[in-house]
Design a protein around this ligand. Structure first.
Ligand code: SF4
Length: 504
């Protein structure tokens, strides 16, 4: 697959890959993380119609990271309680929502372009409500209404419970905005709808917001303070998913390692007594115990927070996948300090060494930013040498792109010429291609336990699924197995991004 330039969306999650026209690079190894899926950008969420002709129709499409797609499911759930049905055709809709990403200018431009396409629908149906949700809504707030006359309602990520009320205001002829950020909202009690999924993998939000202030990142401003979701509601959701036939959950948060639930006044169950603390390692163990046949993944880890306790928990439970996305961003300590990442090169190496020691066969992926403010050639070389040290399985590689309102935009000049950023990106990409290939080659002749996700994209004569380390495995359909089951696959060859084998 050819991408022409890349950037990221901060849920790695929060990882987006976008296209620009100034550079062509092969990055097919970079899209295997399911937390961001370029092919899902702009996807409309469709629920099973209830068949009620009087029901109002909701059209909702999503951009950006996995958290946004997960939030759209929460929005659909809230509105279905109000009698809404979803539609995949915005021309049939009474309400159109776009759930937006704000990580790069071109992500925002994409949303603005999409809004233009709704103009005729609005002319045909003056009662149509057009709303903008998510990070761009939070960033621009009421300004959005001034800039885009078509828009009736602007709603930030913590205000979705208010949607029925806001739609009511628009019905009465007003414009409506709610971009209040919350210190408590986790939507813990709302069961997201899952009807667009393959019925096998599901994302489960375990926390919202971020308290880190990485200087390049908009997340602290668009998604607010970090808060963790009550653990038993997470276990309940995972149990229900398993009972419905799902076999893999990915626990989502901007920084899952800082998950912490403190039981207190708000504790709602007997086992969640006041004073009891559940950290991320504890939560992982709780979810792993839902059933040994339920695979557990998580995203994203932060190098400053990932503990040996988490690693030993992964080692202890076979169904916690041996795969960690651990963004490095830069291999140079001075640049890391400017990025406000709160770890240095040595600390990161220490965490990698711990992973390799405790879980020797763990897959590791990362994010890299090239050309951050003041980055020298020597400092760029530190990033390349770090990549050599770790030998990442995958990487999400980005040229630095300044975003309004971030600490970096306020404090530092975006002073690395585009051509230099681009050249450094090419070098990083070339390095990663080598490493991805080497890592895949190391699997040749080995047997992988694969959860079948469905037919491969290229042929319905082949199944595809992922191994423990998150690599995609393709193999001929075997009539004894079907999607949702585990199979053992002997790897016979590889492409640049995929393991190819046969069921044994
Ligand atoms: Fe990730 Fe840092 Fe952004 Fe938080 S502030 S989402 S840790 S990049």
């Amino acid at each position: 697959m050819i991408f022409e330039n890349v950037t990221k969306c901060h849920l790695k999650s929060k990882n987006c890959v976008f296209l620009q026209s100034n550079i062509e690079v092969m990055l097919d190894f970079a899209i295997t993380d399911k937390t961001h899926d370029e092919s899902r950008q702009g996807e409309a969420l469709i629920l099973r119609p209830a068949g009620d002709k009087a029901a109002r129709k909701l059209y909702i499409e999503s951009y950006g990271c996995a958290m946004n797609f997960s939030d759209s499911e929460i929005v659909a759930s809230i509105l279905s309680e109000q009698g809404f049905e979803t539609t995949g055709d915005f021309n049939q809709a009474d309400v159109i929502f776009i759930n937006t990403c704000s990580i790069r200018e071109n992500a925002e431009q994409r949303v603005r372009n999409r809004l233009r396409e709704f103009t005729i629908a609005k002319v045909k149906n003056p009662g149509l409500v057009v709303g903008v949700l998510g990070c761009m809504a939070e960033r621009l707030k009421a300004k959005f209404l001034e800039e885009e006359k078509l828009v009736d309602v602007v709603v930030g990520p913590d205000a979705y419970r208010d949607l029925p009320n806001l739609i009511g205001k628009v019905d009465e002829g007003q414009k409506a905005v709610n971009v209040l950020l919350s210190r408590e909202e986790t939507y813990a009690d709302i069961s997201p709808v899952r009807l667009n999924s393959n019925g096998i993998n599901a994302f489960v939000s375990i926390m919202r917001g971020c308290d880190n202030m990485c200087s390049f990142c908009v997340v602290p401003f668009t998604r607010g303070r970090e808060r963790s979701r009550e653990p038993l509601s997470i276990v309940k959701e995972c149990t229900e998913l398993f009972n419905q036939g799902y076999r893999e959950v990915t626990l989502l948060g901007q920084n899952v390692d800082s998950y912490k639930w403190k039981g207190g006044e708000e504790a709602s169950t007997e086992s969640d007594q006041p004073g009891e603390v559940v950290n991320f390692a504890n939560l992982l163990a709780m979810v792993a115990q839902v059933d040994p046949e339920l695979r557990v993944r998580f995203s994203t880890s932060h190098p400053k927070d990932i503990t040996d306790e988490v690693l030993y928990t992964m080692k202890k439970y076979d169904n916690i996948c041996n795969y960690i996305h651990l963004p490095i961003q830069s291999g140079n300590s001075r640049v890391l300090e400017l990025m406000n990442r709160t770890y240095d090169r040595e600390w990161y190496i220490n965490r990698i060494d711990a992973i390799r020691k405790i879980i020797p066969d763990c897959g590791i992926s990362t994010d890299v930013i090239t050309g951050f403010c003041t980055e020298t050639e020597e400092e760029h070389q530190d990033t390349l040498s770090m990549m050599d040290y770790v030998q990442y399985d995958y990487a999400y590689m980005f040229m630095y792109s300044e975003r309004p309102g971030t600490l970096a935009a306020k404090r530092y000049a975006d002073d690395i010429p585009e051509a230099v950023k681009s050249q450094r990106l090419k070098e990083v990409v070339a390095k990663q291609r080598e490493h991805s290939y080497t890592r895949l080659q190391a699997q040749l002749g080995k047997v992988q336990r694969v959860l079948i996700e469905g037919f491969s994209k290229k042929s319905d004569k082949d199944y595809c699924g992922r191994n423990d380390q998150n690599a995609m495995v393709v193999f001929p359909v075997n009539e004894n197995y079907k999607p949702g089951q585990y199979v053992n696959v002997l790897v016979e060859r590889t492409t640049t991004a995929t393991l190819i084998g046969v069921v044994i």
